[in-house]
Design a protein around this ligand. Structure first.
Ligand SMILES: Nc1nc2c(ncn2[C@@H]2O[C@H](COP(=O)(O)OP(=O)(O)OP(=O)(O)O)[C@@H](O)[C@H]2O)c(=O)[nH]1
Ligand SMILES: [Mg+2]
Length: 218
């Protein structure tokens, strides 16, 4: 019984995600589902990316959080259109919430849409939203065992950003070991070492993003 209810919930989410994807494609918007543990640097990454790419691409943002408008207030200061979705007791955005958000946004005005998911390495991996690419941020202070402990998130992502690389001298984080673990779960995944604080690696990530978008542009 439990299993079939769960199947129905996931099936309904898949159908709504496909509708979101159709709408995004029709509107010419390339969408990223940005996931991580709380505090790994998703909002910082959006801000750094906007700073590099805003002269090239028209960027919109959906901010998913349990509560507050802290992240949307931060991002709005960069001069981009932001929609906040507060999920309350839920542990992730889902396709229904994102569909309602998309209906409120001027999609024709965007080339690129960031969907910052709720900070959590578990639930967001389970729900597709209609995105074109899934990106997970793993920050060094979280520890290099996280891909092995939370494999689904890393198996299902197209790109992993190892953030806060500026803190490496102060931590025992084995970058080679973590990359091997991630590639063991997901051989085709792209991995970048970045720092949103110093800007290291941010250009390489932005170049990848632009190329991925061009790859699906009609
Ligand atoms: N040292 C260092 N700090 C960083 C870096 N990136 C982000 N931070 C800091 O990490 C903290 C959390 O960053 P956020 O961007 O808010 O993280 P988040 O993933 O959006 O957090 P939630 O939305 O709460 O899940 C902030 O204090 C940032 O300034 C980095 O590359 N290096
Ligand atoms: Mg955030």
């Amino acid at each position: 019984m439990k299993v079939s209810v769960l199947k129905n919930v996931m099936g309904a989410n898949e159908a709504l995600a496909a509708r979101n994807r159709e709408l995004l494609d029709r509107s010419g918007v390339f969408a990223i589902d940005l996931m991580s543990s709380p505090g790994a640097g998703k909002t910082s990454l959006i801000i750094e990316t906007v700073r590099v790419l805003k002269s090239k691409l028209r960027i919109g943002v959906i901010e998913g959080d349990i509560a507050s408008t802290i992240d949307s207030d931060r991002v709005r200061k960069e001069g981009v259109k932001v929609l906040q979705i507060n999920v309350g007791a839920e542990c992730s955005l889902d396709a229904n919430m994102v569909g309602q958000g998309l209906a409120k946004l001027p999609l024709k005005d965007f080339d690129l849409l960031f969907i910052e998911n709720v900070g959590n390495l578990i639930c967001p991996a389970e729900f597709t939203l209609g995105e074109h690419r899934r990106v997970v941020v793993l920050s060094l202070p979280e520890g290099d065992d996280k891909p092995v402990k939370y494999p689904l998130m890393f198996t299902k992502s197209d790109c992993v950003l190892l953030n806060k690389i500026d803190l490496a001298p102060h931590l025992e984080f084995n970058t080679a070991k973590v990359k091997t673990a991630i590639r063991g779960l997901n051989p085709g995944v792209k991995i970048f070492e970045i720092s949103c604080k110093t800007g290291r690696g941010v250009r390489g990530w932005c170049d990848w993003l632009v190329k991925e978008r061009q790859g699906i542009a009609r």
